[in-house]
Design a protein around this ligand. Structure first.
Ligand code: FES
Length: 325
């Protein structure tokens, strides 16, 4: 009898292993402890509705062990080997056993099914990690409010917006450059009008602002130091009391009017602002046929030269200082 029982256990074990291999699960996870202790798997095995799992251990237990078997091992075997047992021992289902191993097996069968389900779920997770990651990602999205893909999208969008903003700011600065006071392109506050050279005195050059400062009966002028012909730097010739260009011989009066030479027009001028009590009271202006100097109302008025605003000299043909040949 013991040999038959061992043969039956071996057959059931093989069936169990075959079933586990088909399901791709670890049999050790399904087996209850062999020391007779009741594990969690055994406790939850009470409600097994598996129809084919019940007859097989009943038959085996009725034939081989009329008394209740103390070994719980056949229980999961019955579920795992369900198709084999049901096919090989149909007659055994007729044997009534109430407190036999069949009853135990019948009670423990759901455990095996449940274990099989858990193990199958674990196997599904192993073979489908991507799907599991997607589920976790969705769960994290629900918990955190933003997932990795959304974060990257926001990061790229922010970087693109920042780049666009910087490009726009660079374009604005290129189109509308801003200069500090005292550098070419900005304003030069020369102080009170008393700094102006006396009328009839030689002009003073300001190399930083690139202008000649003179004073006339009409008011001060700030002449751009660059020749209107091809851009050479003309010079003041005190002996001739005029400006002369060393490149091609163009000559200009102390007021900047064209006298002779290839230059097409009189000298360009920067705008001079006369500031009094914080307000601009007069400035260089374009009067149409000539550039007019600002009037200085008081010696304490400030003289400000704006090198960012330049007025072109009038055509050579309209110059009042043009030399008549
Ligand atoms: Fe001054 Fe030609 S550049 S005359």
């Amino acid at each position: 009898m013991a040999e038959v029982s061992q043969a039956w256990l071996d057959r059931v074990k093989r069936s169990q292993q075959q079933a586990a291999e088909r399901l791709g699960i670890d049999v050790s996870e399904m087996l209850p402890p062999r020391d007779g202790s009741t594990g969690e798997v055994q406790e939850s095995a009470a409600a097994t509705p598996t129809p084919a799992a019940q007859p097989e251990p009943v038959a085996a237990a009725a034939q081989e062990a009329p008394e209740p078997s103390p070994q719980p091992a056949p229980t999961p075997v019955a579920a795992a080997a369900e198709p084999v047992a049901s096919a090989e021992a149909p007659a055994a289902t007729q044997t009534p056993t109430e407190d036999s191993a069949a009853t135990v097996a019948a009670q423990q069968a759901p455990t095996a099914v449940q274990s099989n389900g858990s193990a199958a779920a674990a196997a599904a997770e192993r073979v489908a990690p991507v799907g599991r990651a997607a589920v976790l990602e969705s769960f994290e999205a629900g918990q955190e409010g933003i997932n990795r893909r959304e974060f990257l999208a926001y990061a790229y969008g922010g970087a693109l917006s920042l780049l666009t903003l910087e490009g726009g700011l660079a374009t604005y600065q290129f189109m509308y450059p801003r200069f500090r006071e005292g550098e070419f392109g900005g304003e030069f506050n020369l102080g009170a009008a008393t700094v102006l050279p006396q009328i009839g005195i030689d002009p003073e050059g300001n190399t930083t602002g690139k202008f000649w400062l003179i004073n006339t009966d009409d008011g001060p002028h700030a002449l751009y130091m660059v020749c209107t012909h091809l851009g050479c730097l003309y010079k003041w010739e005190p002996s001739n009391n005029r400006f002369e260009c060393p490149c091609h011989g163009s000559k200009f009066s102390r007021e900047g009017f064209y006298i002779e030479g290839p230059a097409p027009r009189s000298l360009d001028q920067f705008i001079i602002k006369v500031v009094q009590d914080g307000s601009v009271v007069a400035e260089t202006a374009d009067a149409g046929d000539l550039v007019t100097a600002p009037a200085v109302p008081a010696p304490e008025a400030e003289i400000v030269v704006d090198t960012g605003k330049r007025l072109q000299g009038k055509p050579a043909a309209d110059s009042p200082a043009k030399k008549v040949v």
